[in-house]
Design a protein around this ligand. Structure first.
Ligand code: NAI
Length: 381
């Protein structure tokens, strides 16, 4: 390794990032043929094997890739714990030097799969930003520690309808908490981003009698969903200032910031997008304005939950949907605790996750990802 301290590939930068880090471990591998830095971050294994997606991205330096992995893996720890699901926080990052395709991409993915094998099931992965289900199928050629490649019909699985169902149940819980009834009839919900999650969410909301407002940078897409659901299109420029009962961000992150929160005209924010808060303190700003916020890492876990249940062999749609719909009651607990203790739902969700982590797994802990296929009785119930 060469370069000044902190420059690309400098081991001192990596050491600095890890010296105060209190996770389980990080596997660092430099992939010679492609020049990719591979980081497998095992943040926490209290509840079960660290599990989280594989991100492929060009970062300015390898340290930026590791920093992203550390942050995302910690997020997964809280996500699983807040849902009280027997997985730990983990994430992998393939910090590629530039876009990879063809044999180079395939070679990297196969070597990454072999690396997962060497961890013996202490980490399980899935698709994330920059990787596709096809990439996961390539990895799965050499390792069993991949979720989302064998869905209910044994083909690749799309988690989005399950994510949408979880968000739907979360919106019901938020509406019940804020207005005293979970009946969505006549409520106005603004869905921002009608893609893989926003589209099925909008259709579910329409069936529940919601007055829909739909926004998307792709206005043609918004118009199509509006036609199918009887909703109205909102120009994507003025979304956050549009009056509605529920604002459901289902596009990009960081739409809640000190600049936007003051202009919000909604009673509730509840949507699928990851990292909705530009800064954690934006949860306080929402609270001060009396806007109920459903923490993203709880409400958007439906797809991850369904993936892992299917991996475990539970493929009955009714059962899967009932498990994912439990996200609503989970959020109701969080809202009640937040009200009781005078904190924001964001803080209450973190406190709940901390308590679950302090308590540990409900029944015998499974340490290998693959063993989730035959967990101890009650492990996932
Ligand atoms: P997608 O890419 O299928 O759909 C996103 C939609 O948002 C697209 O229609 C796009 O045109 C639109 N969009 C992009 N930027 C926009 C903007 N600035 N304003 C308005 N619309 C915009 O993505 P998907 O899978 O539906 O995910 C949506 C969000 O939910 C993402 O933040 C994702 O990270 C998060 N999420 C998705 C999960 C899933 O199961 N797909 C699971 C958990 C979180």
């Amino acid at each position: 390794m060469t370069g000044a301290p902190g420059a690309a590939g400098d081991v001192g930068g990596i050491e600095a990032l890890l010296s105060d880090w209190d996770g389980v471990g990080v596997v660092v591998r430099r992939d010679g043929p492609t020049g990719t830095w591979i980081f497998v971050v095992l943040d926490d294994d209290t509840l079960g094997p660290p599990t989280g997606g594989c991100r492929m991205k060009v970062y300015p330096t390898p340290e930026d890739g590791l920093a992203d992995g550390l942050r995302l893996a910690r997020g997964m720890t809280y996500k699983w714990a807040a849902m009280d699901f027997p997985f730990g926080g983990g994430k992998s990052v393939l910090a590629v030097p530039g876009p990879l395709d063809g044999d180079q991409r395939r070679g990297l993915l196969l070597r990454f799969g072999a690396l997962l094998n060497s961890l013996g099931g202490r980490y399980g992965t899935g698709a994330d930003l920059g990787t596709s289900v096809d990439d996961m199928k390539t990895i799965a050629e050499v390792t069993p520690y991949v979720i989302g490649v064998h869905g209910r019909d044994h083909g690749p699985m799309d988690p989005s309808p399950f994510t949408a169902l979880g968000v739907f149940s979360g919106i019901q819980a938020a509406v019940a908490h804020r207005f005293g009834s979970e009946d969505l009839g006549g409520r106005t919900v603004l869905v921002e981003g009608v893609g893989a999650v926003g589209d099925p969410l909008a259709r579910r909301l329409a069936r529940a009698g919601v007055d829909l407002l739909l926004a998307d940078v792709d206005e043609e897409r918004a118009r199509r969903v509006a036609e199918a659901t009887g909703g109205a299109v909102v120009r994507s420029g003025g979304v956050t200032a549009t009056p509605c009962d529920v604002y459901a961000p289902c596009a990009v992150g960081a739409t809640l910031s000190s600049e936007t929160v003051s202009g919000l005209e909604c009673a509730i924010v509840a949507g699928a997008a990851n990292n909705q808060l530009a800064r954690p303190s934006d949860a306080d700003l929402l609270h001060e304005r009396g806007i109920l916020y459903a923490p993203d890492f709880v409400i958007n876990g439906g797809g991850a939950m369904a993936f892992t249940l299917i991996y475990r062999g539970e493929d009955q749609l009714e059962e899967l949907e009932s498990r994912v719909s439990a996200i609503g009651p989970r959020l109701a607990e969080i809202f009640e605790e937040a009200t009781r203790t005078g904190v924001t739902p964001w803080r209450a969700a973190h406190a709940l996750a901390e308590r679950v982590l302090a308590r540990g797994p409900q029944s015998g802990r499974v340490s290998s990802f693959e063993d989730m296929r035959s967990p101890p009785p009650g492990q996932l119930s």
